[in-house]
Design a protein around this ligand. Structure first.
Ligand SMILES: Cc1cc2nc3c(=O)[nH]c(=O)nc-3n(C[C@H](O)[C@H](O)[C@H](O)COP(=O)(O)O)c2cc1C
Length: 234
């Protein structure tokens, strides 16, 4: 639901409840009339009688206060929702990335921004590719995370040459590198600290969690708007 549509709906309800505060009887009559028409339509003969308007007045007042509060918090709620969506994988989106002096940190920021990248490995003579999301900057190295039980891990153990590809809508990156396993608890913990969502599935000392850093990496940025690709080695 778009924010404008939601605002209009809240505003309509707000006007109805505000109307109810001042013209409680009229509003009740209106709803009675609606009910009455419905019962008539169903062939049931009923008679409505308004006994007390006090409770209705109070509910309209409470509704009005609540809807006013909601109306002025819609923007905030929508922004929070979007941030939560983006943070599903504990990812911070860097909107503007300085592409002038690119280095490893630019690569890190770009992959974070994309949220999902595609990691290619080799299995015997066959390329294998899958979506990945984890990326961590630790001790001046770029780390990815996986589980040792996965095929991707076994493939990297057999042949550590990997390629990563990601696209942000305008610019895309291709990184070729060698993935080096780092079995240190602190490297794994750093990754898990940056991805709290992973902590449900992985623990730094569970013998499955694996982090690997990129060695001998060449990252190339390509763009629809830039003629020459930009290359960074790290
Ligand atoms: C958006 C997205 C991000 C993912 N990120 C990771 C990740 O960072 N590490 C990981 O091991 N699996 C990740 N996965 C799951 C892997 O893609 C999945 O386990 C895949 O099957 C692993 O490859 P394999 O089957 O060749 O072992 C992610 C999946 C999706 C859809």
């Amino acid at each position: 639901m778009s924010m404008t549509f939601f605002k209009i709906v809240v505003l309509i309800f707000l006007l109805i409840s505000l109307f109810g505060v001042f013209f409680t009887k009229k509003l009740l009559e209106f709803f009675c009339y609606l009910n009455f028409s419905y019962y008539k339509f169903c062939g049931i003969d009923v008679e409505f009688k308004i006994v007390s308007t006090k409770i209705a007045k109070l509910s309209c007042l409470a509704g009005t206060v609540f809807l006013i509060f909601m109306f002025f918090n819609i923007d905030k709620n929508f922004n929070n929702k979007n941030t939560n969506d983006l943070n599903k994988n504990e990812i911070t989106v860097t909107e503007t990335i300085n592409m002038e002096n690119i280095d490893m940190k630019t690569v890190y920021a770009f992959l974070k921004k994309c949220q999902t990248y595609y990691l290619a490995t080799v299995e015997n003579n066959q390329p294998r590719v899958r979506p990945f999301g984890t990326i961590d900057l630790f001790e001046d190295k770029l780390y990815i995370q996986t589980g040792k039980v996965k095929n991707v891990s076994k493939q990297m153990a057999q042949n550590p040459k990997i390629e990563i590809c990601a696209f942000d809508g305008n610019t895309w990156i291709r990184i070729e590198a060698v993935a080096v396993n780092d079995d240190r608890i602190e490297a794994k913990q750093h990754m898990l600290d940056n991805y709290p969502g992973l902590q449900k599935m992985y623990k730094a000392d569970d013998n499955n969690t694996q982090v690997l850093y990129l060695k001998d990496a060449t990252a190339t940025f390509y763009s629809f708007t830039q003629e020459k690709p930009k290359v960074v080695k790290f």
